[in-house]
Write a protein that binds this ligand. Structure first.
Ligand code: AMP
Length: 399
């Protein structure tokens, strides 16, 4: 990013949560882009910022028009100006007259935010003509939107082809995400342990398959563990199960054996007589749960076993909670794993937390400062770890 005195078109992820009055409730994503924006401003560039906000194409007004009031990026202008410490101009369209005129007039050190890229259906379609219109506004293209790097959209991927290799770059956030993901994927220190949890096996099949090629240990917890328990012939009461994934669960167990990977399932569970924080609970073996009871968290023995595997690891990847951590009676297993990850990190392990719910879980444990890296891009990180090429990355690295 050694550009100076240029008009830099930069794609960021300002897809922030808003309340009913369209006030920002969490500005983490804006903050995350600030170092890149500041660095570019210090080098005397003019910044033309592109982002999406929400899903305006899916949530249109009754008459079929875009709900501008709800999805306008105007909502982030004043917060961005405050965080950046500089005024922010706003274009009321994305590639129309207002955008092009303001982009033309923009001076070094100035910042222009374009209206929501997803106001155009061409954005998600990855449309070339639309990408070209965007590209025309700048001399240089920077992509700092890791959270949307797995989408082949016009402003995240297609646009890159209109810039030669020396006129495009990753932003600092993108760079950090990729460097940390690479630490896990390429030459990890061993033992390498993956912890996979969450609701469904079906969401994580590709991830587990890919990880079995790389890890020494894989720990499976959360709702998905009961499909494995059932596959092994256990009884699981009314625990979450995907009956159509039982064959697959068995295949994954076999694949783990073949690859010499230790696969750990929770020996015991906290079971409950309803999906409710006021439910009656007890500890039970995970493979002998009686009818009317469901496993909602890993038990004490599982916590101890998982912790000892985690604490002797040198590389740790964690995606998905160990139980229904949103309800306090079933949050202990996830918390125990969070503590073990933090402890291993304090002993020199590299730990990467990826995925929305595991990030919420580590924050809930108050241990976010004690792990090596927390990814901001749930879907993008997952696809990277699954071994897929991210269009947002390929756009920059290819000619
Ligand atoms: P995911 O989005 O796949 O990472 O799944 C996260 C969700 O899985 C969270 O909302 C958890 O409450 C849920 N979950 C974790 N363990 C269980 C379980 N044993 N039974 C039902 N849901 C669970």
């Amino acid at each position: 990013m050694n550009f100076s005195n240029s008009k830099v078109l930069i794609r960021v992820d300002f897809n922030v949560p808003l309340d009913g009055a369209n006030k920002i409730t969490d500005d983490t994503r804006i903050e995350a882009a600030i170092p890149t924006l500041k660095q570019l401003l210090e080098k005397n560039n003019a910044l033309i910022i592109m982002s999406h906000l929400g899903r305006p194409q899916k949530k249109k007004n009754e008459d079929g028009s875009i709900n501008v009031k709800k999805f306008t990026l105007q909502h982030v202008v004043s917060r961005l100006a405050t965080l950046l410490g500089t005024p922010v101009h706003f274009a009321t369209d994305t590639v129309g007259e207002d955008a092009t005129q303001k982009a033309d007039a923009l001076q070094a050190g100035e910042v222009l935010l374009l209206e929501n890229t997803r106001f155009h259906s061409e954005e998600a379609a990855g449309d070339e003509a639309f990408a070209k219109q965007l590209a025309k506004m700048g001399d240089v293209y920077v992509n700092d939107a890791f959270g949307t790097a797995h989408r082949a959209h016009a402003s995240t991927a297609t646009i890159a082809q209109f810039f030669p290799k020396d006129k495009k770059a990753f932003g600092l956030l993108m760079k950090r995400e990729l460097e940390n993901a690479e630490k896990v994927v390429k030459n990890p220190s061993r033992p390498f342990t993956a912890i996979v949890g969450g609701a469904k096996v079906s969401d994580k099949i590709m991830l587990i398959k890919q990880l079995l090629e790389k890890v020494d240990n894989i720990i499976i917890g959360g709702g998905m563990a009961y499909t494995f328990m059932k596959a092994k012939g256990g009884t699981i009461g009314t625990s979450l199960v995907e009956l159509d994934k039982i064959v697959l669960a068995n295949e994954l167990v076999e694949l783990a054996k073949e690859k010499d990977v230790n696969l750990y399932l929770p020996e015991d569970s906290i079971i409950a007589d309803s999906f409710n924080k006021e439910a009656n609970t007890k500890t039970n073996n995970s493979d002998a749960i009686e009818e009317g009871w469901m496993g909602l968290d890993i038990g004490e023995k599982a916590r101890n076993e998982f912790a000892s595997v985690i604490e002797s690891s040198k590389t740790i990847l964690w995606n998905g909670p160990m139980g229904v951590f949103e309800m306090e009676p079933f949050a202990g297993g996830t918390r125990a794993v969070a503590h073990a990850v933090a402890f291993a990190t304090s002993q020199g392990a590299f730990s990467l937390i990826g995925g929305g719910d595991s990030v919420a879980a580590i924050n809930q444990s108050g241990l976010e400062e004690q792990v090596s890296f927390i990814s901001t891009g749930g879907g993008a990180m997952l696809e990277y770890l699954e071994g897929k090429e991210l269009p947002g990355v390929a756009g920059i690295t290819k000619e």
